[in-house]
Ligand binder design. Structure first.
Ligand code: MOS
Length: 801
C-alpha cells in the first residue's frame, strides 16, 4: 500500500557520486571464499536433521507408513505423520493459507484509505485493482478473518492422509544425522490407494477467481469482435508453454530453533518481516517472537517469497523435540512443494488494417493450477501493456491438475505471455509484409494501451534503435531460410519487445550517523545474488553525503525496519527510496544541530543553506565554512544521530502515469538443416529501466534474465508422465538449463532514461524484464532460419522436422 514520507521541503543538498558506479559486489569476497553463511551452513548445538518423504503418486491416499521400522533405525528421533502431527495454531481447514502480505488491504472493515482508491483508473500495476473493492471483489477461497494470509497459497503440513500431487510431503523423519533421517524416510515404505491422476492442459477448463496474486481474469477495452471483423488481415495463433520448476542455485533450506516461545529461523526468504508474521501465525506467537535470518540467498526468483509446508513442519518438529532441526531440500524435492511456473496454452487473435496497424488484439490464456488452490499464470498481461490497439481483450481460465501449486517465477505472466505475443506479432509482421521491427514501431504504444495514460518515461524507441544497431539488424532478409553460415548452418534473426511493470511496495529504513562520522543503515534488505546489497550501499552513501566505504549496511533479518519484498522488480526502488529518505532525515537533523549552534561555522545557515558532501556539511556556495559530521556530533555531545525514512509509490504519480520498464531483444540462431539442432549464437538486449544505480549489477541482472529467456525458448520444461502424474525429469540430468556453451555471445545495452515521476530516485527495476521478450525473439529467429513457426516451448529439434 502506498505509504510515503515526502522529503522535507528544507532538505539539505547531499552530494555523492556513489550511485552510477559499476562497483563490484560488496559481498563478493565472502561468497567466493566460502565465508558467506547460507541457511544450511548453520550447525547449532544439538542439531537434528529432518528429511521429508515425498509422495510417489499424484492423487489418492496414503494407506500405510511403516513408522515402527523407521523409528527402530538407530539415530531416528521422531517421525511426523498425519496421525501424530501436533496441532498448529493455524491448522489448514478448507481454506488455503500462508505466505504473508499484509492482508489488511483486502478487508473492507480494516483497510485504511488509499490515496489511490480503486476507481476506473489504472493502479500501480497498470490495471484496475478490482480485488481491492469491497463491492466487486469476487470471493476468495480464504477470505480474510483475523489471520494474515497473503497470496492465498495453500501449503501441505500433514493435515490429512490425502495425496494431491507427486512430491507432496507425506511424512517428516527427524534424526541425529542426515544419513539416519534419510534411511528412516526410506524405511517408511509408503503404500497408497491411488486414483488416476489428472494431468495436462486438455482437461475441462473452469472459470477462475483471479489471476496471479488476485488480478481480474478478464481485462478488456474497445470492441475486439468489431476490430477483428473490420480487419484487412487476421492472424490467429496458439502457443503452449511448459511448467518450469524453481531451481535456484541454493535449494530451500532452514534451521529452526526454539527458545521458549521464541522461534529463530535461518532460512532464505525474499520478505523476512512478512514471513516472520506468517510463522507467528502458524504457531500462535507474536510476530516479534520470530526472528528470520537470511543474510545470503542463492537465488529466489519468487519461490522464496513464500513459506512452504516443509518449512513449517521443520519448525514444528523443532518445537516438539525441543532441539534445533535442519531441513535442506534435495534438487529433486524442488520439483513439488516450492512453487513453479504453471503450464499454459495461449490463443491470440490479431486484426491488421491495410497499413500494418493493429485493429484488435485478443489474448486468452488457459493455465494449469493445482486441485486444491488457485494460482493462474497471468500470461495475457503483456497484451495490455506492449502495443497500441483500439481494441484489446485479455482473458484467462484454468485447468486443475494433480500438481503442486504453481506460483511466482521470475516475470510471472510476462515471461510466458511475451513468448506467445512476440511470435504472434512476428506472424503478423510477415502477413503485413513488414520488417518485424518496423511492424512493432508501427504499433508503438505512445500511451498506455489500456488506460491511455502517458508513460512516466519510455525509451523503447531508443532500445529498438540501439539494439538493432548493435546487433546489425539492418539488411535482414524479409523471408525465411535466406541465410547460411560457412558451415552450412541455417541462420535466422528474430526480435521481441521486453516489458515489465515497475511496481513499488512499502519499505522502511533507519540511518544512524556515528560519532566517528561513519554511518549504519538498517533495513531488512534481501540480496538474492543480484547485487542489491551493493546498490543499496551506493544509495545510502549518496543519501548521507559519504563514501560507500563509510557506510555499514545491516540487512537480511526480520528484526530490522521492513524493507518489504525483494520481488516484483521493485526492491531497489522501494527499499532504496526508504534508505534515501532515512539518509535525508538524518542529515536534516544534523544540519539543524549545526545551524542552531553559535559555535559552528554553519551557524544560521538553515537546512537549505547547507550541502552534505564527503562527510562534511558546507555552507552552500561557501566552501570556507564547513564542519565534519564527527565534529558536529561531538560538540553536541551525541554518540549517534538516527533518521527514519519510508519508501513507496507516490499515489498521485501513480494516477498520472503508466509506469513500465522496456527493452528490445535481438537473437540469432543457427539450425542444423539435417539434424534440426538449434543453437542460439548471439543475443543483444537493449533495456531502459530508469536510473541505473550500478551498471555492473544491472547488466548482470538483465543478462541473467536473457539467459533464462534462452532457457525458456530451448531448454526448460517439466515432463509429466500421464500415467503416474510424476515429473519424469525432476533432476538436472534431464531438466535442462543453459550452460556456458549454450550462450556463446550475449550483450546488454543500458539505455539512458530519466524518469522524474516513477519515484524520487528515478529507479524502475531490472530484475525480471530480461526474460520477457527473449524467448519470443529466439522463436522468431528459428522461424527466420527454418520457416517453421513455433507453437510450443521449449522448441525441440523434432518440431523442425
Ligand atoms: Mo519475483 S517472481 O517477483 O520474486
Amino acid at each position: 500500500m502506498p505509504d510515503v514520507t515526502p522529503l522535507p521541503a528544507a532538505l539539505p543538498q547531499r552530494m555523492g557520486s556513489n550511485a552510477g558506479q559499476p562497483l563490484t559486489r560488496q559481498d563478493g569476497l565472502l561468497k567466493v571464499t566460502g565465508r558467506a553463511t547460507y541457511a544450511a551452513d548453520n550447525h547449532p548445538e544439538g542439531l537434528l536433521h529432518a528429511v521429508y518423504v515425498p509422495a510417489t503418486i499424484a492423487r489418492g491416499r496414503v494407506t500405510r507408513l511403516d513408522v515402527a521400522a523407521a523409528k527402530a533405525h538407530p539415530g531416528v528421533v521422531e517421525v511426523l505423520t498425519p496421525a501424530n502431527r501436533p496441532p498448529l495454531a493455524q491448522d489448514p481447514d478448507d481454506k488455503p493459507s500462508m505466505f504473508s502480505i499484509r492482508v489488511e488491504v483486502l478487508t473492507p472493515a480494516n483497510r485504511p484509505p488509499l490515496a489511490q482508491d480503486p476507481d476506473d483508473k489504472p493502479s500501480m500495476f497498470s490495471i484496475r485493482v478490482e480485488v481491492l473493492t469491497p463491492a466487486n471483489r469476487p470471493p476468495l477461497a480464504q477470505d480474510p478473518d483475523d489471520k494474515p494470509s497473503m497470496f492465498s497459497i495453500r501449503v501441505e503440513v500433514l493435515q490429512d492422509d490425502s495425496v494431491r500431487y507427486a512430491g507432496q510431503p507425506i511424512a517428516l523423519v527427524v534424526a541425529e544425522t542426515l544419513e539416519a533421517a534419510s534411511e528412516g524416510a526410506r524405511l517408511l515404505a509408503p503404500r497408497y490407494e491411488a486414483e488416476p491422476p489428472r494431468t495436462g492442459i486438455e482437461l475441462e477448463p473452469y472459470e477462475i477467481g483471479g489471476v496471479g496474486f488476485g488480478m481480474p481474469p478478464k481485462i478488456e477495452k474497445g470492441d475486439v469482435a468489431a476490430g477483428l471483423s473490420a480487419a484487412a488481415q487476421r492472424v490467429e495463433t496458439v502457443c503452449d508453454t511448459p511448467a518450469q520448476y524453481h531451481n535456484a542455485m541454493e535449494p530451500h533450506a532452514l534451521v529452526a530453533q526454539w527458545d521458549g516461545d521464541r522461534l529463530t529461523l535461518d532460512m532464505p526468504n525474499q520478505a523476512p518481516v512478512l514471513a516472520s508474521a506468517g510463522f507467528a501465525n502458524w504457531f500462535g506467537i507474536p510476530a516479534e517472537n520470530v526472528l528470520i535470518r537470511c543474510p545470503f540467498l542463492g537465488g529466489g526468483f519468487g519461490s522464496k517469497a513464500v513459506i512452504n509446508g516443509p518449512q513449517i513442519l521443520t519448525a514444528l518438529a523443532a518445537r516438539t523435540l525441543g532441539r534445533p532441526v535442519k531441513l535442506a531440500l534435495t534438487r529433486r524435492q524442488m520439483f513439488g512443494p516450492v512453487g513453479h511456473r504453471g503450464q499454459t496454452r495461449q490463443w491470440l487473435k490479431l486484426g491488421l488494417d491495410g497499413t500494418g496497424k493493429l485493429t484488435a488484439l485478443s489474448h486468452h490464456t488457459r493455465a494449469v493450477t493445482a486441485s486444491f488452490d488457485e494460482f493462474i499464470e497471468g500470461a495475457s498481461a503483456p497484451s495490455r501493456m506492449t502495443y497500441a490497439s483500439p481494441a484489446i481483450s485479455t482473458t484467462h481460465d484454468g485447468v486443475r491438475n494433480d500438481v503442486g501449486m504453481p506460483g511466482a517465477m521470475r516475470a510471472p505472466g510476462e515471461a510466458s505471455g511475451s513468448a506467445a505475443l512476440e511470435v504472434a506479432m512476428d506472424i503478423a509482421a510477415e502477413a503485413a509484409d513488414m520488417d518485424p521491427l518496423d511492424f512493432r514501431l508501427a504499433n508503438y504504444a505512445e500511451t498506455d494501451p489500456m488506460s491511455g495514460l502517458p508513460y512516466s518515461s519510455k525509451a523503447l524507441r531508443e532500445c529498438y534503435a540501439e539494439g538493432a544497431r548493435a546487433f546489425g539488424w539492418a539488411g535482414r532478409p524479409r523471408t525465411a531460410r535466406q541465410m547460411r553460415d560457412d558451415a552450412g548452418m541455417l541462420v535466422g534473426w528474430g526480435m521481441g519487445t521486453a516489458t515489465f511493470p515497475c511496481p513499488m511496495f512499502a519499505a522502511e529504513a533507519r540511518a544512524t550517523l556515528r560519532a566517528d562520522g561513519t554511518a549504519l543503515v538498517e533495513t531488512s534488505l534481501i540480496d538474492m545474488g543480484q547485487g542489491a546489497w551493493t546498490a543499496f550501499a551506493q544509495i545510502a552513501a549518496d543519501a548521507l553525503g559519504l563514501d560507500v566505504a563509510q557506510v555499514v549496511l545491516r540487512g537480511g533479518a526480520s528484526d530490522l525496519p521492513d524493507a518489504g519484498v525483494a520481488g516484483g522488480s521493485g526492491h531497489t526502488a522501494t527499499a532504496g527510496l526508504a534508505i534515501e529518505n532515512a539518509g535525508g532525515d538524518t542529515i536534516r537533523q544534523l544540519a539543524e544541530i549545526a545551524a542552531a549552534d553559535p559555535n559552528s561555522p554553519l551557524h544560521g545557515t538553515g537546512n537549505e543553506g547547507v550541502v552534505a558532501r564527503g562527510g562534511r556539511l558546507y555552507a552552500a556556495g561557501d566552501d570556507s565554512r564547513s564542519e565534519s559530521y564527527a565534529e558536529i556530533l561531538a560538540r553536541a555531545g551525541r554518540e549517534a544521530l538516527s533518521g527514519q525514512g519510508k519508501g513507496g509509490r507516490d499515489p498521485a504519480a501513480a494516477q498520472a502515469h503508466a509506469m513500465q520498464s522496456h527493452g528490445a531483444v535481438f537473437a540469432e540462431v543457427k539450425v542444423d538443416p539435417e539434424l534440426g539442432q538449434i543453437r542460439v549464437s548471439r543475443l543483444v538486449g537493449a533495456f531502459a529501466a530508469g536510473r541505473i544505480i550500478n551498471p555492473r549489477m544491472a547488466e548482470s541482472q538483465l543478462l541473467g534474465g536473457m539467459i533464462w529467456g534462452a532457457s525458456f525458448a530451448l531448454h526448460e520444461g517439466a515432463e509429466t508422465d500421464p500415467r503416474s502424474g510424476r515429473i519424469l525429469n525432476a533432476d538436472f540430468g534431464e531438466y535442462h538449463v543453459p550452460v556456458n556453451a549454450d550462450i556463446p555471445s550475449a550483450r546488454v545495452l543500458l539505455i539512458h532514461e530519466d524518469d522524474p515521476h516513477v519515484n524520487p530516485l528515478g529507479v524502475k527495476g531490472v530484475g525480471e524484464i530480461g526474460i520477457s521478450g527473449t524467448a519470443g525473439a529466439i522463436a522468431n529467429a528459428i522461424w527466420h532460419a527454418t520457416g517453421v513457426r513455433v507453437r510450443r516451448y521449449p522448441v525441440r529439434l523434432e518440431e523442425l522436422a
